[in-house]
Design a protein around this ligand. Structure first.
Ligand code: CAA
Length: 380
């Protein structure tokens, strides 16, 4: 067993860290305040090849691996969790199912521009009445000549509005419930496809979260991803990897908060010495660092398993659960280390704490992760 990252991984980490520091961090607080997505940041990530890290060059990627991808999400999230999830949803939720289930034609037409960062991707599964119970979706896709007519509403879509390519799940056979679900590629601008409410959120405020509305939206049969009836399996398999992307986001948020807390503990003096010299603070920092390191190892392990072609669904659920809970605990502790200042917008730790919360909720709540993990434990 070797815990040493390769030179390639270390180089990528340095590149993303430098980029994040220079191009992402300076406007992170302002974009959060204004709830503003900045496409120019995504475009710069594209120039560096970050929008297609794990995909082969033939599909516009840089031919690296899942570990490189999670390292990139971690480093971006260390300064801006919104930028981290933009890349995570784009890569794991939109590009991955195209890579895994797309025909050669679909890969050239849709995966390539996503990997090259000419376009942004998004994933529409959740509906107003089906969140955790994803199989209870109501959106339909009725066969019509050479295509399908989509009707329904998807909510909480990360990258919604900004994305040009959407992976959308709908029932081609409503009688069969989840077994009648199919996956579709829907392009922004398709007649009958519009955007509804933009959510006003507690955290990740510069990542757009929108409602997708389908009203007699016709898509050609060439835009069916996989086979009819395979949609729920595609949705679940996509989330298997996506969850580890969120774990990476959570690790980045937690590390960013820990860094800030350590620096503050060295500088802030009370009762005549830096607060880091008091055990009440230093032990808290030690606990925070221990949790962050454990979350990182779980996340890298799940990415490694995926890259090695081994089963990774359980490992991803575990990494997401542990890293999400870690991010929430560590960011809350960071605010505590900062005391009153931590509660203000003068320091970034309140933003980290608000951003951390979503990692326990999206891509399956941490209660759903426990359900997934326990099913692995108890099956057979
Ligand atoms: N891989 C492949 N197939 C899978 C699978 C997986 N990981 N998980 C389930 N399946 C298959 C099962 O084998 C089963 O197949 P058959 O019907 O052929 O037997 C079928 O799917 C149904 O499985 P279950 O009986 O386990 O389904 P369930 O109704 O009990 O639900 C669940 C399972 C795990 C709770 C699932 O509904 C789930 O993951 N819910 C959470 C949804 C979620 O994560 N949503 C997040 C949306 S994305 C987002 O957050 C926004 C964003 O943009 C970031």
């Amino acid at each position: 067993m070797n815990f040493q990252l390769t030179e390639e991984h270390e180089m990528l980490r340095k590149m993303v860290r430098d980029f994040a520091k220079k191009e992402v961090e300076p406007t992170a607080a302002e974009r959060d305040e204004e709830e503003r997505f900045d496409r120019s940041i995504f475009n710069k990530m594209a120039e560096l090849g970050l929008t297609g890290i794990p995909w082969p060059e033939a599909y516009g990627g840089i031919g690296s691996d899942y570990l490189s991808y999670v390292i990139a999400v971690e480093e971006l999230s260390r300064v801006c969790a919104s930028t981290g999830v933009t890349l995570s949803a784009h890569t794991s939720l939109a590009s991955w199912p195209l890579y895994k289930f797309g025909t050669e034609e679909q890969k050239q037409k849709y995966l390539k521009p996503l990997a090259q960062g000419e376009k942004i991707g998004a994933y529409g599964l959740t509906e107003p009445s089906s969140g955790s119970d994803a199989g209870a979706m109501k959106t339909t896709a009725r066969k019509d000549g050479g295509g399908y007519i989509l009707n329904g509403t998807k909510i909480f879509t990360t990258n919604g509005g900004e994305a040009e390519i959407y992976i959308v799940f709908a029932l081609t056979d409503p009688e069969l419930k989840h077994k009648g679900a199919s996956a579709f590629i829907v392009e922004k601008g398709t007649p009958g496809f519009s955007f509804g409410k933009k959510e006003k959120k507690l955290g990740i405020r510069s990542s757009p979260t929108l409602e997708l509305i389908f009203e007699n939206c016709w898509v050609p049969k060439d835009n069916l991803l996989g086979k009819e009836g395979e949609g729920f399996k595609i949705a679940m398999m996509t989330l298997d990897g996506g969850r580890n992307g969120i774990a990476a986001q959570a690790v980045g948020i937690a590390q960013g908060a820990l860094d800030a807390a350590v620096n503050y503990a060295k500088e802030r003096e009370q009762f005549g010495k830096p607060i880091g010299r008091y055990q009440g603070i230093s032990f808290k920092l030690a606990d925070m660092a221990t949790k962050v390191e454990a979350a990182r190892l779980l996340t890298y392990q799940a990415a490694w398993l995926e890259g090695a072609g081994q089963p990774y669904g359980k490992a991803s659920a575990i990494s997401k659960l542990f890293a999400g809970d870690t991010a929430m605990q560590v960011t809350t502790d960071a605010v505590q280390v900062f005391g009153g200042y931590g509660y203000t917008k003068d320091y970034p730790v309140e933003r980290y704490m608000r951003d951390a919360k979503i990692t326990q909720i999206y891509e399956g709540t941490n209660e759903i992760q426990r359900l997934v993990i326990s099913r692995y434990l108890l099956k057979n």
